[in-house]
Design a protein around this ligand. Structure first.
Ligand code: SF4
Length: 345
Protein backbone atom coordinates (compact mmCIF):
# COMPACT_ATOMS: atom_id res chain seq x y z
CA UNK A 1 0.00 0.00 0.00
CA UNK A 2 1.08 3.59 -0.55
CA UNK A 3 0.85 6.35 2.01
CA UNK A 4 -1.17 9.48 1.18
CA UNK A 5 1.01 12.19 -0.31
CA UNK A 6 0.50 15.82 -1.42
CA UNK A 7 1.72 17.49 -4.61
CA UNK A 8 3.01 20.83 -3.36
CA UNK A 9 3.74 23.02 -6.46
CA UNK A 10 1.52 26.09 -6.60
CA UNK A 11 -1.18 26.07 -9.24
CA UNK A 12 -0.97 22.33 -9.63
CA UNK A 13 -3.50 19.73 -8.54
CA UNK A 14 -3.14 18.78 -4.85
CA UNK A 15 -4.39 15.22 -4.67
CA UNK A 16 -3.32 12.09 -6.46
CA UNK A 17 -6.72 11.66 -8.11
CA UNK A 18 -6.30 15.00 -9.94
CA UNK A 19 -2.88 14.15 -11.39
CA UNK A 20 -2.30 13.05 -14.96
CA UNK A 21 -0.80 9.54 -15.11
CA UNK A 22 2.75 10.61 -16.07
CA UNK A 23 2.91 13.19 -13.27
CA UNK A 24 1.60 10.64 -10.82
CA UNK A 25 4.33 8.16 -11.84
CA UNK A 26 6.97 10.91 -11.47
CA UNK A 27 5.77 11.91 -8.00
CA UNK A 28 5.64 8.30 -6.90
CA UNK A 29 9.17 7.69 -8.15
CA UNK A 30 10.53 10.84 -6.49
CA UNK A 31 8.74 10.17 -3.23
CA UNK A 32 9.87 6.56 -3.25
CA UNK A 33 13.44 7.63 -3.75
CA UNK A 34 13.11 10.06 -0.85
CA UNK A 35 11.81 7.22 1.30
CA UNK A 36 8.38 8.80 1.55
CA UNK A 37 6.41 5.91 0.08
CA UNK A 38 6.40 3.16 2.63
CA UNK A 39 5.03 -0.33 2.17
CA UNK A 40 3.18 -1.69 5.12
CA UNK A 41 5.23 -4.53 6.60
CA UNK A 42 3.42 -7.86 6.55
CA UNK A 43 2.62 -9.29 9.96
CA UNK A 44 4.78 -12.14 11.15
CA UNK A 45 2.91 -15.26 12.40
CA UNK A 46 3.95 -14.29 15.95
CA UNK A 47 2.20 -10.94 15.50
CA UNK A 48 -0.75 -12.41 13.64
CA UNK A 49 -1.57 -14.78 16.51
CA UNK A 50 -0.67 -12.18 19.20
CA UNK A 51 2.05 -14.42 20.62
CA UNK A 52 4.74 -13.06 22.89
CA UNK A 53 6.24 -16.50 23.37
CA UNK A 54 6.03 -20.03 21.98
CA UNK A 55 5.77 -23.36 23.74
CA UNK A 56 8.37 -26.04 23.17
CA UNK A 57 5.54 -28.28 21.95
CA UNK A 58 4.71 -25.69 19.25
CA UNK A 59 8.15 -26.33 17.76
CA UNK A 60 8.04 -30.11 18.14
CA UNK A 61 4.56 -30.24 16.57
CA UNK A 62 5.89 -28.02 13.80
CA UNK A 63 8.67 -30.51 13.14
CA UNK A 64 6.01 -33.14 12.31
CA UNK A 65 4.30 -30.92 9.77
CA UNK A 66 4.43 -27.14 9.93
CA UNK A 67 1.31 -26.71 7.83
CA UNK A 68 -0.61 -29.07 10.12
CA UNK A 69 0.54 -27.10 13.17
CA UNK A 70 -0.80 -23.90 11.57
CA UNK A 71 -4.14 -25.54 10.72
CA UNK A 72 -4.33 -26.91 14.25
CA UNK A 73 -4.06 -23.35 15.55
CA UNK A 74 -6.52 -21.86 13.08
CA UNK A 75 -9.04 -24.69 12.72
CA UNK A 76 -8.94 -26.82 15.87
CA UNK A 77 -12.57 -27.81 15.31
CA UNK A 78 -11.50 -29.91 12.30
CA UNK A 79 -9.33 -32.21 14.41
CA UNK A 80 -10.62 -35.78 14.29
CA UNK A 81 -12.34 -36.73 17.60
CA UNK A 82 -9.92 -39.65 18.21
CA UNK A 83 -6.99 -37.20 18.35
CA UNK A 84 -8.82 -35.01 20.87
CA UNK A 85 -9.67 -38.04 23.08
CA UNK A 86 -6.05 -39.23 22.90
CA UNK A 87 -4.73 -35.81 23.91
CA UNK A 88 -7.19 -35.47 26.81
CA UNK A 89 -6.38 -38.95 28.15
CA UNK A 90 -2.67 -38.10 27.92
CA UNK A 91 -3.27 -34.90 29.93
CA UNK A 92 -5.16 -36.82 32.67
CA UNK A 93 -2.32 -39.33 32.99
CA UNK A 94 0.20 -36.52 33.33
CA UNK A 95 -1.91 -34.82 36.00
CA UNK A 96 -2.23 -38.07 37.94
CA UNK A 97 1.56 -38.50 37.90
CA UNK A 98 2.04 -34.88 38.99
CA UNK A 99 -0.32 -35.38 41.94
CA UNK A 100 1.79 -38.33 43.08
CA UNK A 101 4.61 -35.96 44.05
CA UNK A 102 2.83 -32.73 45.00
CA UNK A 103 -0.55 -31.11 45.62
CA UNK A 104 -2.15 -28.66 43.25
CA UNK A 105 -3.55 -25.49 44.85
CA UNK A 106 -5.74 -22.82 43.26
CA UNK A 107 -4.44 -19.24 43.42
CA UNK A 108 -6.41 -16.21 42.25
CA UNK A 109 -4.51 -13.99 39.78
CA UNK A 110 -5.12 -10.28 39.20
CA UNK A 111 -2.65 -9.43 36.43
CA UNK A 112 -0.44 -10.95 33.72
CA UNK A 113 2.48 -10.58 36.12
CA UNK A 114 0.56 -12.72 38.64
CA UNK A 115 0.14 -15.50 36.06
CA UNK A 116 3.86 -15.51 35.37
CA UNK A 117 4.57 -15.28 39.09
CA UNK A 118 2.85 -18.68 39.50
CA UNK A 119 5.11 -20.27 36.90
CA UNK A 120 8.16 -18.80 38.62
CA UNK A 121 6.96 -19.92 42.06
CA UNK A 122 6.45 -23.44 40.71
CA UNK A 123 10.03 -23.38 39.52
CA UNK A 124 11.38 -21.86 42.74
CA UNK A 125 9.61 -24.39 44.92
CA UNK A 126 11.32 -27.37 43.24
CA UNK A 127 14.88 -26.03 43.31
CA UNK A 128 15.49 -27.18 46.94
CA UNK A 129 14.14 -30.64 46.07
CA UNK A 130 16.54 -30.91 43.17
CA UNK A 131 19.41 -29.67 45.33
CA UNK A 132 18.57 -32.35 47.85
CA UNK A 133 18.77 -35.00 45.14
CA UNK A 134 15.01 -35.52 44.90
CA UNK A 135 12.74 -36.13 41.94
CA UNK A 136 10.58 -33.30 40.54
CA UNK A 137 7.70 -33.35 38.09
CA UNK A 138 6.08 -30.73 35.83
CA UNK A 139 8.99 -28.32 36.03
CA UNK A 140 8.51 -25.07 34.08
CA UNK A 141 11.44 -23.91 31.96
CA UNK A 142 11.92 -20.64 30.04
CA UNK A 143 14.51 -19.38 27.63
CA UNK A 144 15.30 -17.57 24.42
CA UNK A 145 16.39 -19.06 21.12
CA UNK A 146 16.90 -16.88 18.06
CA UNK A 147 15.40 -13.95 19.94
CA UNK A 148 12.11 -15.83 20.50
CA UNK A 149 11.00 -16.58 24.04
CA UNK A 150 10.17 -20.24 24.65
CA UNK A 151 8.41 -21.94 27.49
CA UNK A 152 8.03 -25.60 28.33
CA UNK A 153 7.18 -28.04 31.09
CA UNK A 154 9.60 -30.87 31.79
CA UNK A 155 7.72 -34.02 32.83
CA UNK A 156 10.28 -35.31 35.27
CA UNK A 157 13.84 -34.62 36.45
CA UNK A 158 15.59 -37.16 38.66
CA UNK A 159 19.07 -38.20 39.63
CA UNK A 160 20.02 -41.64 38.38
CA UNK A 161 21.76 -44.26 40.52
CA UNK A 162 25.09 -42.99 39.14
CA UNK A 163 24.28 -39.39 40.12
CA UNK A 164 23.46 -38.08 36.63
CA UNK A 165 20.62 -35.60 36.24
CA UNK A 166 18.12 -37.37 34.03
CA UNK A 167 15.17 -35.90 32.14
CA UNK A 168 12.27 -38.32 31.65
CA UNK A 169 9.52 -37.49 29.22
CA UNK A 170 6.39 -39.60 29.33
CA UNK A 171 4.55 -40.21 26.06
CA UNK A 172 1.29 -42.08 26.20
CA UNK A 173 0.06 -43.88 23.10
CA UNK A 174 -3.30 -45.08 21.89
CA UNK A 175 -1.70 -48.07 20.14
CA UNK A 176 0.13 -50.82 22.02
CA UNK A 177 3.44 -50.53 20.17
CA UNK A 178 6.37 -48.14 19.86
CA UNK A 179 6.02 -45.11 17.55
CA UNK A 180 7.48 -44.74 14.06
CA UNK A 181 10.87 -43.18 13.45
CA UNK A 182 9.24 -39.89 12.41
CA UNK A 183 7.26 -39.66 15.64
CA UNK A 184 10.37 -40.43 17.67
CA UNK A 185 12.25 -37.69 15.82
CA UNK A 186 9.60 -35.15 16.86
CA UNK A 187 9.85 -36.31 20.50
CA UNK A 188 13.68 -36.23 20.42
CA UNK A 189 13.56 -32.61 19.30
CA UNK A 190 11.19 -31.75 22.14
CA UNK A 191 13.41 -33.15 24.91
CA UNK A 192 16.54 -31.64 23.34
CA UNK A 193 14.86 -28.23 23.46
CA UNK A 194 14.08 -28.77 27.15
CA UNK A 195 17.72 -29.51 27.85
CA UNK A 196 18.87 -26.52 25.81
CA UNK A 197 16.62 -24.17 27.80
CA UNK A 198 17.17 -25.75 31.22
CA UNK A 199 20.95 -25.73 30.89
CA UNK A 200 20.91 -22.06 29.89
CA UNK A 201 18.80 -21.29 32.97
CA UNK A 202 21.13 -22.96 35.46
CA UNK A 203 24.11 -21.34 33.71
CA UNK A 204 22.63 -17.92 34.54
CA UNK A 205 21.72 -16.97 30.96
CA UNK A 206 18.10 -16.17 31.80
CA UNK A 207 18.47 -12.67 33.22
CA UNK A 208 15.37 -11.01 34.76
CA UNK A 209 15.15 -8.37 32.03
CA UNK A 210 15.06 -11.08 29.33
CA UNK A 211 11.66 -12.17 30.64
CA UNK A 212 10.21 -8.69 31.13
CA UNK A 213 11.31 -7.41 27.74
CA UNK A 214 10.16 -10.43 25.71
CA UNK A 215 6.85 -10.98 27.47
CA UNK A 216 6.32 -7.26 28.12
CA UNK A 217 5.81 -7.57 31.84
CA UNK A 218 6.27 -4.84 34.44
CA UNK A 219 8.84 -5.65 37.14
CA UNK A 220 7.39 -2.94 39.39
CA UNK A 221 3.87 -4.43 39.25
CA UNK A 222 2.69 -5.32 42.80
CA UNK A 223 1.74 -8.97 43.13
CA UNK A 224 -1.83 -9.93 44.10
CA UNK A 225 -2.52 -10.80 47.75
CA UNK A 226 -3.04 -14.53 47.04
CA UNK A 227 0.25 -14.73 45.16
CA UNK A 228 2.11 -13.04 48.02
CA UNK A 229 0.47 -15.40 50.54
CA UNK A 230 1.37 -18.43 48.44
CA UNK A 231 4.96 -17.19 48.04
CA UNK A 232 5.19 -16.77 51.81
CA UNK A 233 4.02 -20.37 52.34
CA UNK A 234 6.78 -21.70 50.09
CA UNK A 235 9.35 -19.52 51.87
CA UNK A 236 9.61 -16.30 49.83
CA UNK A 237 8.72 -12.76 50.88
CA UNK A 238 7.94 -10.72 47.78
CA UNK A 239 5.94 -7.61 46.98
CA UNK A 240 6.36 -6.97 43.27
CA UNK A 241 7.00 -9.10 40.18
CA UNK A 242 10.62 -7.93 39.90
CA UNK A 243 11.36 -9.41 43.38
CA UNK A 244 10.40 -12.86 42.11
CA UNK A 245 12.47 -12.50 38.96
CA UNK A 246 15.54 -11.62 41.02
CA UNK A 247 14.89 -14.55 43.35
CA UNK A 248 14.58 -16.92 40.42
CA UNK A 249 17.80 -15.70 38.85
CA UNK A 250 19.77 -15.91 42.11
CA UNK A 251 18.35 -19.31 43.12
CA UNK A 252 19.09 -20.83 39.73
CA UNK A 253 22.61 -19.50 39.41
CA UNK A 254 23.65 -20.12 43.03
CA UNK A 255 21.98 -23.51 43.38
CA UNK A 256 24.78 -25.67 41.93
CA UNK A 257 22.18 -27.64 39.98
CA UNK A 258 24.00 -29.20 37.02
CA UNK A 259 22.92 -29.28 33.41
CA UNK A 260 20.90 -32.28 32.26
CA UNK A 261 23.14 -35.29 31.62
CA UNK A 262 20.72 -37.74 30.11
CA UNK A 263 17.50 -37.52 28.06
CA UNK A 264 15.01 -40.38 28.18
CA UNK A 265 11.59 -40.84 26.64
CA UNK A 266 9.25 -43.48 28.04
CA UNK A 267 6.43 -44.66 25.79
CA UNK A 268 3.48 -46.30 27.47
CA UNK A 269 0.15 -47.67 26.29
CA UNK A 270 -2.76 -45.54 27.52
CA UNK A 271 -5.36 -48.25 27.94
CA UNK A 272 -3.28 -50.94 29.65
CA UNK A 273 -0.83 -48.49 31.28
CA UNK A 274 2.07 -50.74 30.29
CA UNK A 275 5.51 -49.46 29.37
CA UNK A 276 6.18 -50.04 25.67
CA UNK A 277 9.81 -48.98 25.67
CA UNK A 278 12.35 -46.31 26.60
CA UNK A 279 14.47 -44.26 24.20
CA UNK A 280 17.71 -42.57 25.20
CA UNK A 281 18.24 -39.40 23.18
CA UNK A 282 21.57 -38.03 22.08
CA UNK A 283 21.89 -34.26 22.46
CA UNK A 284 23.71 -32.46 19.65
CA UNK A 285 23.61 -28.78 20.45
CA UNK A 286 24.51 -27.48 17.00
CA UNK A 287 21.82 -29.59 15.32
CA UNK A 288 19.19 -28.53 17.85
CA UNK A 289 20.04 -24.87 17.30
CA UNK A 290 19.93 -25.26 13.51
CA UNK A 291 16.55 -26.96 13.63
CA UNK A 292 15.14 -24.38 16.00
CA UNK A 293 16.47 -21.64 13.72
CA UNK A 294 14.67 -23.19 10.76
CA UNK A 295 11.33 -23.47 12.55
CA UNK A 296 11.56 -20.07 14.19
CA UNK A 297 12.24 -18.46 10.80
CA UNK A 298 8.59 -19.23 9.97
CA UNK A 299 7.35 -17.58 13.17
CA UNK A 300 9.46 -14.51 12.52
CA UNK A 301 8.02 -14.13 9.02
CA UNK A 302 11.31 -14.95 7.28
CA UNK A 303 9.77 -17.69 5.16
CA UNK A 304 6.40 -19.12 4.15
CA UNK A 305 4.72 -22.03 5.86
CA UNK A 306 5.75 -25.48 4.58
CA UNK A 307 3.99 -28.84 4.60
CA UNK A 308 5.61 -32.26 4.34
CA UNK A 309 7.83 -33.26 1.45
CA UNK A 310 6.88 -36.05 -0.92
CA UNK A 311 8.89 -38.67 1.03
CA UNK A 312 6.73 -37.98 4.07
CA UNK A 313 3.43 -37.70 2.21
CA UNK A 314 2.23 -40.73 4.20
CA UNK A 315 1.67 -38.30 7.08
CA UNK A 316 -1.16 -36.69 5.06
CA UNK A 317 -3.17 -39.93 5.15
CA UNK A 318 -3.91 -39.59 8.84
CA UNK A 319 -4.06 -35.79 8.86
CA UNK A 320 -7.30 -34.04 9.93
CA UNK A 321 -6.62 -31.30 7.35
CA UNK A 322 -5.82 -33.39 4.26
CA UNK A 323 -9.06 -32.38 2.51
CA UNK A 324 -8.41 -28.66 2.77
CA UNK A 325 -4.61 -28.58 2.76
CA UNK A 326 -3.19 -25.97 0.36
CA UNK A 327 0.31 -27.42 0.53
CA UNK A 328 -0.98 -30.83 -0.49
CA UNK A 329 -2.95 -29.35 -3.42
CA UNK A 330 0.10 -27.42 -4.61
CA UNK A 331 2.30 -30.48 -4.27
CA UNK A 332 -0.12 -32.39 -6.50
CA UNK A 333 0.14 -29.57 -9.07
CA UNK A 334 3.93 -29.74 -9.18
CA UNK A 335 7.04 -28.51 -7.34
CA UNK A 336 7.15 -25.14 -9.12
CA UNK A 337 3.89 -24.16 -7.42
CA UNK A 338 5.47 -24.21 -4.01
CA UNK A 339 7.55 -21.58 -2.35
CA UNK A 340 10.39 -22.05 0.07
CA UNK A 341 13.37 -24.37 0.09
CA UNK A 342 13.00 -27.79 -1.47
CA UNK A 343 13.59 -29.84 1.60
CA UNK A 344 12.16 -29.15 5.04
CA UNK A 345 14.25 -30.11 8.04
FE1 SF4 B 1 0.72 -31.47 6.48
FE2 SF4 B 1 -0.06 -33.31 4.74
FE3 SF4 B 1 -1.68 -32.52 6.70
FE4 SF4 B 1 -1.14 -30.88 4.68
S1 SF4 B 1 -2.23 -32.82 4.58
S2 SF4 B 1 -1.21 -30.36 6.82
S3 SF4 B 1 1.00 -31.39 4.26
S4 SF4 B 1 0.26 -33.59 6.93
Amino acid sequence: TINVFHYRDSGKPNSSSDLPLESLKKVLTEDSAAGKVKRKRAQTPLEKYYLKYLCVTDLSTQSWCEQQMVYGRELPQLQVPETVVLLNTGKSIHLARELEVHDVVRVHVTSREDSWAIKILNLLSVIPELQAGGCVRELPVFGVIEDVFLMGIIDELCYSATGELELRELKTRGRPFMPSGAQKKRDYFQVCLYKYIFDAMVQGKLKPDVITSHIQLRPEQPLGSQIREHAQKVGFTVTCFGDLLELMYLNLTLSDIPGIDCLKIEYSHQESNTLLGTEVVRFEEEKVREKAQHYLAYWKGQREVQGVEIEEAWKCQSCSYSEICDWRKKRAEGPEQRSGPKKSK
